[in-house]
Write a protein that binds this ligand. Structure first.
Ligand code: CA
Length: 229
């Protein structure tokens, strides 16, 4: 999963961004201050993109941006600016940011900008090489995030898509519910294991001919699930 740094001191905006990135299949790394952001970047050298708020309690987002570029990093950088900070956009782009999003923004706008920047920077090259996973009658396209069964498009939620991707990438492997929970919902998710069962049940209704006798997504009793095809 691609890691995205989220630097934002306002907790409610930060969690809004984090939830939406996670829903889109990214792994958000949170930071509340500029100093914390720089520390997170050191600990997670594989962060491919950073969302930087401008107004912070310590150093501002532009300074963080400047330091990221000074370190030689070519990661994608999107500044999160407030409307009254129009002028900041110019400064931001001059300090090496790739794009900016004006607050308040919708989840769709944010993910569209993130996806566009990832495409533009070629960060998803590893996925380009292998955008299709085929398993039996199923074809999963990881670029369009779509699933077909016998050539028929199946409508999936983001969670269902992530579940399918996880299973189709690990054919024949028994996955524990804990593994599934942390792979799909993120390691910080503190929900119940039942969440996995509920979503698997829904997914089976979409992908199995007879959801009560699953042929593909089988149960490993007392443990978890397996892509059995
Ligand atoms: Ca702020």
């Amino acid at each position: 999963m691609k890691k995205i740094l989220v630097l934002e001191d306002e907790a409610n905006i930060r969690s809004f961004v984090v939830i939406n990135l996670r829903r889109s299949g990214f792994e958000p790394i949170e930071a509340e201050t500029g100093a914390q952001a720089l520390e997170m970047l050191k600990v997670n050298p594989d962060i491919c993109l950073a969302l930087l708020d401008v107004m912070l309690p310590d150093i501002d987002g532009f300074e963080v941006c400047r330091r990221i570029r000074a370190s030689g990093s070519k990661m994608g950088i999107i500044m999160l600016t407030a409307k009254s900070q129009e002028i900041d956009k110019v400064t931001g782009l001059m300090t090496g940011a790739d794009d900016y999003v004006t607050k308040p923004f919708s989840p769709a706008e944010l993910t569209a900008r993130v996806d566009a920047l990832i495409r533009r920077l070629g960060i998803d090259e590893d996925e380009k090489a292998n955008t299709e996973i085929v398993s039996g009658p199923f074809l999963l396209n990881t670029r369009n995030r779509t699933l077909e069964k016998n050539g028929q498009r199946l409508k999936l939620t983001q969670i269902e898509y992530l579940l399918m991707k996880l299973f189709m990438e690990n054919p024949g492997r028994a996955m524990s519910r804990e593994d599934i929970l942390s792979a799909v919902w993120g390691s910080e998710f503190t929900g119940e294991l039942k969440t996995v069962d509920v979503n698997i049940r829904r997914l089976r209704i979409k992908i199995e001919s007879d959801p009560t006798e699953p042929e593909f997504l089988t149960t490993v009793w007392g443990y978890g699930y397996k892509w059995g095809y």
